[in-house]
Design a protein around this ligand. Sequence first.
Ligand code: NAD
Length: 554
Amino acid sequence: QKPTLIDTTRTVRAARGNQRTAKSWGAEAAKRMLMNNLDPEVAEHPESLVVYGGTGRAARSWEAYDAIVRTLDELEPDETLLVQSGKPVGVFRTHEWAPRVLIANSNLVGDWATWPEFRRLEELGLLMYGQMTAGSWIYIGTQGILQGTYETFAAVARSLGRDSLRGTLTLTGGAGGMGGAQPLAVTMNDGVVLIVDVDESRLARRVEHGYLDEYTTDLDAAVARVLAAKDAGEALSVGVVGNAAEVFPELHRRGVPIDIVTDQTSAHDPLAYLPIGVDVAEWKAEAERDAEEFTRRSRESMAAHVAAMVAFQDAGAAVFDYGNSIRREAELGGFDRAFAFPGFVPAYIRPQFEEGRGPFRWAALSGDPEDIAKTDRAIADLFPDDTALHRWLEKAGEKVHFEGLPARICWLGYKERHLAGLRFNEMVASGELSAPIVIGRDHLDSGSVASPYRETEAMKDGSDAIADWPLLNALLNTSSGASWVSLHHGGGVGIGRSLHAGQVTVADGTDLAAQKLERVLTNDPGTGVMRHVDAGYEHAREVARERGLNIPML
Ligand code: NAD
């Protein structure tokens, strides 16, 4: 019998509250977070188990999903479930400190790590694309990327010698699960943004969730709106329905005064990027009919799209790749200046990575937004001198609409995250929070990713493609007491281009949880500092020395 990949009759929503049906909070939390990933408020295409990022899935099929849920409910507190590309494949006796779930998604041996081979195996039902937090069950909706995007745009403003984006116009593409954070991130930095998406329903969803102010199908009207706002120094986000490969060159041709250009269409997967001349309604059928021809056309369109980005750069705009591998795809599409602009990590983020800083996130299993408000206050109290963090928590409290379980994200680094974890655990123990808290992070991370077009682009020592680091990170988190650990291939930038690991740890208020949290949340960002010390970054060395990280050869 063929596995069920699409089921429009199913609606998944995680249980709320402090009663569990699984035998440990580790297993209960994994189950609820898997379900939360597929909550219609959270997932981009829940009926097909797709959470975000092109085809990033939470489980391989609906049968596999049901089996995971059932197994997690039966799992003993000293057992570990193994999940292979979204399918539960075995349960083993381990011990209480071991993760309840170990996950490996989309991994292929080097020479076989190509989209065509991946799709052949996917077609046979043997694996799935796990993206980053889709297959590792810690996606929290568009907020998950919001702060990183907000910080990135703040760094862009600083690089332009400004303290905000007021009076600037940003052009970008892709209003999907991740890309949909861009308009709000720009307006939170007081700027104006025009965002292009081929799929009207994605723009409508962002307006509904408060991430986008308005959208139109009329390019002239959109341009008029954003230029008026730019001139008035007002913050505004406008979506326009169109193909970025056509709209970007058209805006350049018209000489629209654009200051900043980036893109977050799903360019990492040529089948998830719509080529010029294909209708949205025909997208899936066309891609299935002839994947190779579709890939060729989509790369050709990406070449036009990126050529326009480079033309904007030539005209003086600040242009950067936002982690979707569009430069490499455009190069494959025949445009040889695709790498004329940098990726966002070397351009804006690396100094944070040197401190092990990156997106740290947590979700309230109670389902009560008040629990997140309390954790926000706890974080603000723990780090009284971090003004940027305080500004973020305030803005997020005001502007972020929760999708699925209430959750929060903020950037914390080495020797900071464990303080938050321990504090949350105490708050669960005392009853101040009404149920356990799940603590994880993105795979946009300093120590757990090898991704030469993104997190490890242009490393100082040329070690961009060395993938020992994510393996060590996953092994260390497994040894430190994480509740679930995942090891993925191809997230963010596509098959063949990245290896990365994730961890999630549950604060259930017990002493055992406190011991695990202290180790995991110290060691996990510690691997980021270690990675950058090893690559020769001076600031990482200072951080290691000052904060007491033991590096044998430093
Ligand atoms: P998504 O699949 O949810 O959304 C992609 C959007 O792009 C869709 O709305 C789609 O309609 C639109 N699109 C596709 N082709 C288009 C075209 N030619 N013109 C205009 N719009 C088009 O994906 P997502 O979760 O938003 O992720 C977007 C990309 O960003 C992916 O490549 C992902 O891997 C990458 N990513 C980046 C980061 C980061 O930190 N910067 C993090 C996660 C993911």
